[in-house]
Design a protein. Structure first.
Length: 79
């Protein structure tokens, strides 16, 4: 987490904001060496395709994932 004084932020605000946007890292603003503010990027939601894009053609599914499987666990389905 990066820190910057209020006076430094005032002089280079756009530069600091761009860095937060690009890296996603939080920025703590200090006043007289004490933390007073935190600048954080707004989190965007990713689609399922974006989240699992690295797993395409790596993971294989065999059978129906929604079908209950009790034999392997030696148990019965609960009502």
């Amino acid at each position: 987490m990066n820190t910057v004084s209020k006076s430094q932020l005032k002089a280079h605000m756009l530069e600091y904001f761009r860095r937060v946007e690009e890296t996603g890292e939080e920025l703590v603003v200090t006043s007289h060496s004490k933390p007073t503010l935190k600048v954080v990027p707004i989190a965007t939601k990713k689609s399922v395709d974006e989240i699992f894009s690295g797993m395409r053609k790596v993971v294989q599914i065999h059978g129906d994932l929604s079908e209950p499987e009790t034999e392997a666990w030696g148990g019965e389905l609960l009502p």
